[in-house]
Each structure stands twice: as C-alpha cells, then as structure tokens.
Design a protein around this ligand. Structure first.
Ligand code: ZN
Length: 309
C-alpha cells in the first residue's frame, strides 16, 4: 500500500470535555492519546483515531475552553471527511437525527454519497460512503457498532484562491494525482486507503479565514521515515523555493512544517514511532502522557488542565 496521503489533521476546538464526548461517544473514534500542546503545555492535545492511531485515521485537537468560533475562508481547510462503508450512510443519517447532530441532506460528490455535518464547535465534517471500506482500519471497541465504524479519513477539501500552486506541491512532493473535477473542485488521490484524497476548491478572491474553534490548524502528510521526509524537504526547498522548519520531535512522529503557496499550513510527519511508544495499545488515551522535557512540570500542568473523560 502507498505510504503517501494524509497522516493527521489538527484543529482547534472549544471545551475539551465536549470535544471528547462528541468524537468518542457520537462518532465512535478512539481517544488514542491524551497529551498537551508541546509548544503551549497549558492546553491539551487530544488525538482520535482507529485502534492504534494509524496514519490516515488521526484527527487531533487543541481545545480552548473559551475559544471564539472560527470563520472559514481562503487559505484554509473547508471540510474534513471520514470514510464509512457505503451501506452505512443511512445508519449514520439516523444516528445524527437521534443525537441532534447538525447535518445536511445526503449529496453525491464526485460520484460518492456524502453526508455533511458539523461538530459542536461548527467544524465542517463529512462522512463519505465508500464501497469496500468495510475491511478498513477502525476502532471496533467503541460507541459505534463495528460494521458502521469510521474507517479513517477520506480526505480534506482546501479552499483556495487558485488551485495550481498547491496542486504542484501535492503532485510533485506528495505523490498525488488528479482523479476528478466537478465545478470548482479538483480532486487528487495518493493511492493510500485512508486519508488518500485532497480536493482543492478554487474560488478566486474571497474573504480570508479567521482561525478559532472549529478551524483546522494544519494538515499533516505522511513520510515513512526521516529519509523520506528529508527527500520531500529537499524538493520543497530546492524545486519549489519554499521555507521549511527544522525537524521537531512530536514524540509519536517527527515533523517539519511549511506554509504551502495557497496559504494552508502543511506538515510532513513520519509514520514512526507511533502512539504505542509510551503506553501499551490496550491503554491508549487513558493517562495524561507528557514528553520527558515536560515531566518535571507534571503537577503544575495537570493542575491547569480541565477535567476530561
Ligand atoms: Zn500536526
């Protein structure tokens, strides 16, 4: 299987407890890591995914208790979509009605049934019914019956002034190929099973986004290891003339960041070492985990964080 594609998506949310409740109890994802924002340890960093938090299944949040809502605009992620088995879309529609989740009528997008909905902060999400997704990675020990469980990401939609410069990065650096067009949307695929799609929606001059609760902060793409990441960085700086950060150790992966030409913050994250590096798979997400450099400050950090499940 291709190791290209989306590694994780990171967003801002409002209150942490409400975020945990929605993503675990309503969507049935597994909380695979409870840690803090390494750059701002007074804030949680919550990771949701499949059983082990495989790349392509991971949605992460920085919850801020009193965050103002964001407004989607140019240079931002407009929609984050998950995969579910095609036959499960009806079950999910019923669940959203039952749980009072804001959602739209089912539509076909590039030939796939798409159920758009919002989380409690107004973040724009979708479920895409994918034929054959039944066998994909999932969390089957959670609040949603195994047969209907989310199978990682389908992909993201980026709202841009123009598609070309961003498309060049996707195709040349991350190995995506154009697979379809519909209206202002152009879809690119990487071949990865989960997190394999990026759709660019070019709308010309338009309001810029304002980041807040419900806004996606960045999209991380996969690199198998440090060497694969270094090769991508060489292309970004050499061929595309972009500035890239130094590599940062994020404990569960190693990352570099750059602003793509359309204005969206991109990251390249290694597949290694993964979330089982500091706690066993059975226990993922239960205890607050801190990197070694923050461990001496645990008592103070725990005292500042709100209570979550
Ligand atoms: Zn990230």
């Amino acid at each position: 299987m291709s190791q290209n594609g989306i590694h994780h998506v990171t967003a801002f949310s409002g209150p942490a407890a409400r975020n945990v409740d929605f993503y675990t109890e309503v969507l049935g994802l597994r909380l695979v890591k409870k840690t803090v924002n390494f750059d701002d340890p007074g804030t949680y960093h919550l990771y949701y995914g499949d059983e082990t938090g495989r790349p392509g299944t991971i949605l992460t949040f920085f919850p801020i208790e009193h965050a103002a809502p964001g407004r989607v605009g140019i240079g931002e992620t407009q929609e984050t979509a998950f995969r579910v088995p095609r036959a499960s879309i009806g079950w999910w529609t019923h669940r959203f009605i039952e749980k009072g989740v804001a959602h739209e009528a089912l539509v076909q997008v590039l030939g796939e049934p798409t159920l758009r909905f919002r989380d409690p902060d107004g973040m724009m999400l979708a479920l895409v019914g994918v034929a054959g997704a039944e066998g994909g990675f999932a969390w089957t020990g959670g609040a949603v019956p195994a047969e209907h469980a989310i199978r990682g990401f389908h992909g993201v939609t980026l709202l841009l002034n123009e598609a070309g410069p961003t498309a060049a990065i996707l195709t040349d650096v991350f190995g995506f190929q154009e697979v379809g067009r519909e209206g202002a949307a152009i879809r690119y695929a990487s071949g990865a099973e989960a997190g394999g799609f990026v759709t660019l929606r070019a709308v010309g001059e338009f309001l810029r986004g304002r980041q807040g609760a419900g806004s996606v902060h960045h999209i991380a793409f996969r690199a198998a290891d440090d060497a694969a990441q270094a090769a991508m960085v060489a292309k970004l700086t050499g061929t595309h003339g972009l500035g890239v950060t130094e590599q940062r150790d994020r404990q569960y992966f190693r990352s570099v960041y750059f602003r793509e030409p359309g204005g969206v913050l991109f990251e390249i994250a290694t597949d290694v070492p993964g979330f089982a590096v500091d706690e066993p798979v059975e226990a993922l997400g239960r205890a607050l985990k801190l990197p070694a450099f923050l461990e001496p400050h645990r008592a103070r950090i725990e005292g500042q964080l709100p209570q979550v499940a």
